[in-house]
Design a protein around this ligand. Structure first.
Ligand code: ATP
Ligand code: FE
Length: 339
C-alpha cells in the first residue's frame, strides 16, 4: 500500500509518501508571507498553496522514488482549517485521483496530529503508543485531551472553551510586539528567563476542560500597568516575561492532563500539534512521566508542525478499512475529531 498525503489546512503546503506504514518522503513548504501581518492572511495562504502544491507533490514523489502509477490512493486534509487553503488541497487531490485512476481518502487534520506517532521511519526504532492512550493535542486551533481507543476511534474528554494554547502563545507574543507566530520565539527567549519572575492568573475550569482567554487578558493588563511606570518594561524583562508566561501555560496544560491520567488510569500518554514542539512543555512532560511512571511519547519536530506525513499515515489506516472519499467531497473549516 503506497499513499500520497496532501496537507494544506493552514499556512504549510506539504506532501508525503508512505509505503506500508514507512515514511519515504515528507516535504513541507512553510509560507513566510504572513509574518508581516501578525497572523495568517487567508487569501495569501490560498494563493501560496496554489503556487506550491504541484512542485511540493513532485518533490515528494521524486524523493520517495515512487512513480504516480505505483500509488494506491491519495489522502488529503478535509478539515478543520482555512476553507480557501483546504480547497486547494481538496481540488488537487480530486484532479490527481482522476488522472492517476486511484481512490481518494479524506483526512481529519486533528486525527492526523494524534496519529503522527504511528509514522515509521527507515532506520529509526519504531515503538508506537499502545491503545488506549491519552493524547494531549495542543495546536494553533485546538487544546484537547483525547482518549484514543484505536487508530480511528477517538473520544474528546476535555477541551478548551475559548482560545487554544497556541493562540495564547501567539496573542501574548503579539502584545509584546513580536512577529507571528510567537510560540517558537517565546520558547527560545524563555530559556534565558526566570519562570517565577511574574505570576499570571490561572483559570478555574471544571472537569478536563481548558481556558486560555483569561490568561491573555491578565497578561495584557499586567503589561499595560507596568508600561505606565516604565515604558521600556517589555524590552527590559522580555526573557522573564516569556519564561513566566510559558510556565503558566504549561502548568495549565499539565494540571488537566494529570487529572485525566488519574481518572482513566491510563499511563500511555502522547502529545501532538504545533505547541508540542515547545521545549519547556516537553521537559515538563518528561519530568511528569518519570514521576508518574507514564510511557510518554513526544513527536520529533517535523511531526509536531503541520505536515503531510501525518495525513498519509492516517490515510494508510483508512485505506485498510476501505474508507474512501467521494468525488463530490467538500472541505469543512470546522470539524471535531470524530467528523
Ligand atoms: P490546528 O492543528 O488546531 O488546526 P494549526 O494547524 O494552525 O491548528 P499547528 O500548525 O499544529 O496549528 O501549530 C501552530 C501553533 O503552534 C502556533 O500557535 C505556534 O505558535 C505554536 N508553536 C509552534 N512551535 C512552538 C513552540 N516551540 N512553543 C510554543 N508554541 C509553538
Ligand atoms: Fe495543525
Amino acid at each position: 500500500i503506497i499513499i500520497l498525503g496532501i496537507e494544506s489546512s493552514c499556512d504549510d503546503t506539504s506532501a508525503a509518501v508512505i509505503k506500508n506504514g514507512v515514511l519515504l518522503s515528507n516535504i513541507i513548504a512553510s509560507q513566510k508571507v504572513h509574518e508581516a501581518y501578525g497572523g495568517v492572511v487567508p487569501e495569501l495562504a490560498s494563493r501560496a498553496h496554489q503556487q506550491n502544491i504541484v512542485p511540493v507533490v513532485d518533490q515528494a514523489l521524486k524523493q520517495a522514488g515512487i512513480d504516480r502509477n505505483e500509488l494506491s490512493a491519495v489522502a488529503f486534509t478535509r478539515g478543520p482549517g482555512l476553507l480557501g487553503s483546504l480547497l486547494v488541497g481538496t481540488s488537487f487531490a480530486k484532479g490527481f485521483s482522476l488522472a492517476a485512476g486511484i481512490p481518494m481518502v479524506e483526512i481529519n487534520h486533528l486525527q492526523g496530529h494524534v496519529l503522527a506517532h504511528y509514522i515509521q521511519e527507515k532506520e529509526v526504532e519504531f515503538n508506537p503508543p499502545k491503545f488506549p492512550h491519552l493524547s494531549l493535542l495542543v495546536s494553533g486551533g485546538n487544546s484537547q485531551i483525547i482518549l484514543v481507543k484505536d487508530h480511528l476511534e477517538m473520544e474528546v474528554i476535555g477541551q478548551t472553551i475559548d482560545d487554544a494554547a497556541g493562540e495564547a502563545f501567539d496573542k501574548c507574543a503579539k502584545v509584546m510586539g513580536m512577529p507571528y507566530p510567537g510560540g517558537p520565539l517565546i520558547d527560545r527567549l524563555a530559556k534565558e528567563g526566570n519562570p517565577n519572575a511574574f505570576e499570571f492568573a490561572k483559570p478555574r475550569i471544571k472537569d478536563l476542560d481548558y481556558s486560555f482567554s483569561g490568561l491573555k487578558t491578565s497578561f495584557l493588563y499586567f503589561l499595560r500597568d507596568q508600561l505606565k511606570e516604565n515604558e521600556n518594561f517589555i524590552e527590559e524583562n522580555q526573557a522573564d516575561l516569556c519564561a513566566s508566561l510559558q510556565k503558566t501555560i504549561i502548568d495549565i496544560l499539565l494540571n488537566k492532563l494529570i487529572k485525566a491520567a488519574k481518572e482513566t488510569g491510563i499511563k500511555e500518554i502522547t502529545v501532538g500539534g504545533g505547541v508540542s514542539a515547545n521545549s519547556g512543555l516537553q521537559n515538563a512532560l518528561r519530568a511528569e512521566a518519570k514521576k508518574r511512571h507514564w510511557n510518554m511519547y513526544i513527536p520529533k519536530f517535523a511531526f509536531t508542525m503541520d505536515n503531510a506525513a501525518m495525513i498519509a499515515i492516517t490515510g494508510y489506516f483508512k485505506y485498510q478499512n476501505k474508507q474512501f472519499a467521494r468525488q463530490d467531497a467538500v472541505p469543512f473549516a470546522r470539524m471535531s475529531i470524530n467528523d
